[in-house]
Write a protein that binds this ligand. Structure first.
Ligand SMILES: *Cc1c(COP(=O)(O)O)cnc(C)c1O
Length: 645
């Protein structure tokens, strides 16, 4: 449903503006993507330099010249930096406009993209804003301790904690870092108090509230009474009393909440701010020396460009999000006559989603109606075949629906007859061929019709192709498979040419779930997307966009397809092409993925060699040929896991 390919008669009139309508690049691109007049997809990696444009096809050409195999991840580090700057500058600007008295100390949640290069770039871009890191596990904390070296930024620690986790936090405090231990569960507070007594090190404590307001969208169970994390109001009050008794109330510095990721509806944010600011002012009035309020993550990405409250979209922008938080806290605090807290947010998705994409080649087409089998009339052929042929020859503008109904019925009969042995295999092949040819003719005749009866509206879908692309959904688009996330798919070139094929995508895993059939559509999500006819001898590259948050790191090795080759692209104004490839990170080789599954590739190569040697001794393989076979096996062990295409 959703997308349509119109008849190709007005193909000449196709412009890149039409392509924009189909792929909505500007609407999900946040200013970073654009369709160039040459029909190639362009990247505008700096929000403050709109004339700096990188042609994606030039990047791909350079990668091919360097022998980098596809599929590959392309990272635009300038986009990461831009997003970090935009978030911080927006908070600063709106705080200033509002005469807000606190400051903004954002943190990046490491779980959204743990890649070292990403963390390094974010920390570096954030230094002048005192932008910090958030860790949700011991391994993430270990990384945050090493990389968040700015003594003025926060390191916020979420997630369940054991004693070792707490001791690592203390280590950070001893290194003069502003480490905030967020209490997710009451027992963590007892552990932390005990450790403080032993070490004499006073931590910064955050209290996570189990919010009553529900987020909206897929992650709404992150708040409410049954939420996994956080303290109820009663538990918070008990925590405050306990800290008071232990003479540690001064450590209670931060109030934390997080109502879910990808908050699609701004109303949930307004409500959360109202609830949290009330809790904050009341606690401050009770004497809790809170200085910070952390509003968690949830800032959403408009993956499908619909600006709606659909799961893959959102009905607000960054300015509105920040305004609602800043003005919300200001109002509550002013009313209660309580100081404005410093504000912390943990936006992850919104920081990283745009900066990376997966580029792959379409390597083939799977088509239900592409059969080319002779349907010539044979003497004594079964009546079902003859009837199907008559339907085809008698097709006119006037009997389209009747022909469609009859064809479906005849095909059903043919299948039954074939199973009973009444129709032979050649006859069945003819029925299939005529059926699809007939559907195609009906579809052509329907083009331009104002009214299409409901039953026949599914014909384009029935005739749509599947484009086979060299990648694995499980490695590169986990959320598309797991939670029906819509990710924008766009051809990298030929966008000035009318896309005449309606397609969905299938990957190269041996899994029928290995497909993408949720696309940006008119109104609702579409099951297929207009793409261009494949041309012989011409590569057709497509990009899977907004993969920089979660997708980059959550992929798995289904079918032993491993991590992708990666290039890091930096913009450079003085370069004729406005960019250079700063680094190439090689993806997994076959021997690497095998090793992670406990295989020993060296021994495996010996095993093959031993068997080939035996064959040589028996005389069934010539020695020279045997050596070649062993070499070939070893070469493949070291190769990329994806298809060479
Ligand atoms: C996952 C998570 C985040 C990041 O959320 P986004 O929606 O990606 O911004 C922030 N804070 C906490 C506590 C989280 O669990």
């Amino acid at each position: 449903m959703g997308n349509k390919v119109e008849s190709s008669s007005n193909s000449a009139a196709w412009t890149v503006a039409d392509a924009e309508n189909v792929y909505r690049v500007k609407r999900w691109g946040n200013g970073y993507f654009d369709i160039g007049d040459n029909g190639n997809l362009h990247v505008i990696p700096r929000y403050d330099q709109p004339n700096l444009k990188i042609d994606m096809l030039e990047v791909i050409n350079e990668m091919q010249a360097e022998g980098i195999e596809f599929p590959a991840v392309i990272r635009f580090h300038d986009i990461l930096r831009s997003q970090v700057e935009l978030l911080n500058k927006t908070f600063r600007r709106i705080m200033e406009e509002a005469d807000y008295e606190g400051r903004y100390f954002g943190v990046f949640p490491v779980k959204v993209n743990q890649m070292r290069e990403v963390i390094e770039e974010i920390v570096d871009a954030g230094t002048r804003f005192n932008y910090g890191l958030e860790a949700g596990s011991k391994p993430e904390l270990i990384a945050a301790l090493a990389y968040n070296t700015n003594k003025d930024s926060l390191t916020v620690l979420n997630g369940y904690k054991d004693e070792e986790y707490l001791r690592l936090a203390m280590l950070g405090t001893q290194m003069n870092r502003k480490v905030v231990v967020v209490i997710e569960k009451f027992s963590e507070l007892r552990k932390l108090i005990a450790l403080t007594k032993v070490t004499g090190i006073m931590p910064m404590i955050g209290l996570r509230v189990k919010m009553m307001v529900k987020g909206r969208g897929k992650w709404e169970s992150s708040s409410g009474e049954r939420a996994k994390f956080g303290l109820s109001i009663a538990e918070i009050l008990n925590a405050v009393e306990l800290l008071e008794r232990e003479n540690m109330l001064e450590a209670a510095k931060l109030l934390h909440f997080h109502i879910g990721s990808q908050l699609t509806d701004i109303r949930a944010i307004k409500e959360a701010v109202q609830e949290a600011s009330t809790i904050y002012t009341q606690l401050v009035k009770r004497g809790v020396p809170l200085q910070y309020v952390d509003v968690g993550g949830g800032l959403a990405i408009d993956y499908d460009g619909s600006q709606s409250t659909q799961d893959s979209s959102c009905n607000y922008n960054l300015d509105e999000y920040v305004s609602d938080i800043v003005y919300g806290f200001k109002q509550s605090c002013d009313l209660a006559d309580v100081p404005h807290p410093h504000l912390v947010s943990e936006s992850g998705r919104a920081m990283t989603a745009h900066h990376s994409c997966v580029v792959t080649k379409v390597i083939g087409e799977i088509q239900p109606n592409g059969i080319d089998f002779s349907t010539r009339k044979a003497t004594g052929e079964h009546i079902i075949v003859s009837n199907m042929r008559t339907l085809e020859t008698d097709l006119t503008e006037l009997n389209l629906q009747e022909a469609f109904n009859d064809a479906n019925q005849l095909k059903e009969q043919a299948i039954q007859a074939f199973k009973l042995g009444v129709l032979n295999i050649i006859e069945m092949g003819k029925v299939e061929t005529i059926y699809w040819r007939l559907l195609k003719n009906i579809n052509t005749a329907l083009q331009g019709e104002e009214f299409i009866p409901e039953e026949m509206q599914e014909i384009p879908e029935m005739l749509s192709s599947q484009y086979l692309a060299n990648f694995s959904v499980f490695q590169s688009a986990a959320d598309s498979w797991a939670i029906d996330q819509v990710l924008p798919v766009v051809p990298i070139s030929r966008l000035n040419e009318k896309p005449t094929k309606l397609c969905s995508l299938v990957d190269i895993t041996c899994d029928s779930d290995g497909k993408i059939d949720k696309f940006i559509g008119e109104g609702e999500v579409a099951t297929n997307l207009p793409m261009h006819e494949l041309q012989p001898e011409q590569d057709y590259f497509i990009g899977l966009f907004l993969t920089g948050a979660y997708q980059d790191v959550m992929g798995d090795m289904h079918n032993l397809f491993g991590r992708l080759n990666e290039v890091h692209v930096f913009s450079y104004d003085d370069d004729p092409k406005d960019f250079y490839i700063e680094e190439v990170v090689k993806g997994s080789s076959i021997d690497h993925v095998l090793s992670t599954m406990q295989y020993n590739p060296a021994i495996m190569a010996q095993m093959i060699k031993k068997e080939i040697d035996q064959q040589i001794q028996r005389g069934s393989i010539k020695p020279r040929q045997g050596v070649q076979l062993v070499d070939f096996y070893e070469d493949c062990l070291g190769a990329y896991t994806y298809l060479k295409s």
